[in-house]
Write a protein that binds this ligand. Structure first.
Ligand SMILES: Cc1cc2nc3c(=O)[nH]c(=O)nc-3n(C[C@H](O)[C@H](O)[C@H](O)COP(=O)(O)O)c2cc1C
Length: 185
């Protein structure tokens, strides 16, 4: 099968990571892939925040877990109370993509950039997983200070966030739904 198609079909959301950090060249390749996503009227309205600082990763994980405990959702709360559970799956690299809120379609642009990054990672056998809890966190009052600490530019909103790292375990193939396609000829 075509190499690109293989990469698309093999990418899975990975939820267990090795401790070792990505090589600088690998990180730069992933960033480059994000930057080369299409964007509405080529605005490239994105800003990429790469977090590899262990203390910061720990802080984000802790803040997300606190929100999960307070959420009122019993399942989330139970999960978050487990000391061994990491919202970021202990990944060594975490990437947030924020978009200029005044752009034409920032949410779409950022999501396309993130998928490009997922595929570039998979092409190097690097795992990735979208983690939405961090976007929820950054939208809260508690998340405001963190947004500043992460140096997310003024007027930009975080839309996508994901873990990246070397895979410690593969994920099973998530089945795809039937009946989601209409072809009109
Ligand atoms: C908008 C969005 C939010 C997601 N949030 C999470 C998340 O918070 N934690 C998680 O483990 N996976 C999350 N995922 C990953 C999905 O669960 C995953 O893509 C889906 O189950 C299909 O599996 P696959 O990616 O292995 O094909 C998210 C995916 C998307 C697109």
């Amino acid at each position: 099968m075509n190499e690109t198609m293989n990469t698309i079909l093999n990418r899975r959301s990975i939820r267990a990571y090795k401790e070792d950090q990505l090589k600088e060249e690998e990180l730069q390749t992933i960033i480059e892939a994000g930057k080369f996503a299409p964007s509405a009227i080529n605005e490239q309205c994105w800003h990429f925040t790469i977090i590899q600082n262990k203390e910061l990763l720990h802080k984000i994980n802790k803040a997300c877990k606190e929100i999960m405990i307070k959420s009122g959702n019993k399942m989330f709360a139970e999960r978050a109370k487990d000391e061994n559970f990491s919202v970021l799956y202990n990944a060594p690299t975490f990437i947030i993509i924020s978009g200029d809120e005044k752009a034409v379609a920032p949410q779409v642009d950022c999501a396309l950039a993130m998928e490009n990054m997922f595929l570039a990672a998979e092409a190097m056998n690097i795992g990735s997983c979208w983690i939405h809890a961090v976007i929820n966190l950054l939208g809260t009052e508690e998340g405001k200070a963190l947004k500043e600490e992460l140096q997310i530019p003024e007027g930009f909103a975080p839309y996508c966030s994901a873990a990246f790292g070397n895979k410690a375990a593969d994920s099973s193939k998530a089945p795809r739904k039937e009946g989601t396609v209409t072809i009109l000829r």
